[in-house]
Design a protein around this ligand. Structure first.
Ligand code: CA
Ligand code: CA
Length: 72
């Protein structure tokens, strides 16, 4: 498992309602802020790619594991 502290700041930036999970809607907001057009459906696929617990939300641990996998 990846070290969550390394990814906590980024995670909290994306988790705009501070509920401890990244939702598809929050990803849409993120990409829109970055100037990228992402539909809710595309965002849901991204969530599914990182979502190990199948609750359609990305927890900090899932986010850290996902980022660590992509970086490594
Ligand atoms: Ca959230
Ligand atoms: Ca999850």
């Amino acid at each position: 498992m990846a070290d969550v502290t390394e990814y906590k700041a980024t995670f909290e930036l994306i988790d705009s309602d501070d509920d401890g999970f990244i939702s598809a809607a929050e990803l849409v907001r993120l990409f829109t802020a970055l100037g990228e057009e992402v539909t809710e459906e595309q965002a849901r696929l991204i969530v599914r790619g990182a979502d190990d617990s199948a609750d359609d939300l990305i927890s900090l641990q899932e986010f850290a594991d996902y980022m660590a996998t992509r970086a490594g």
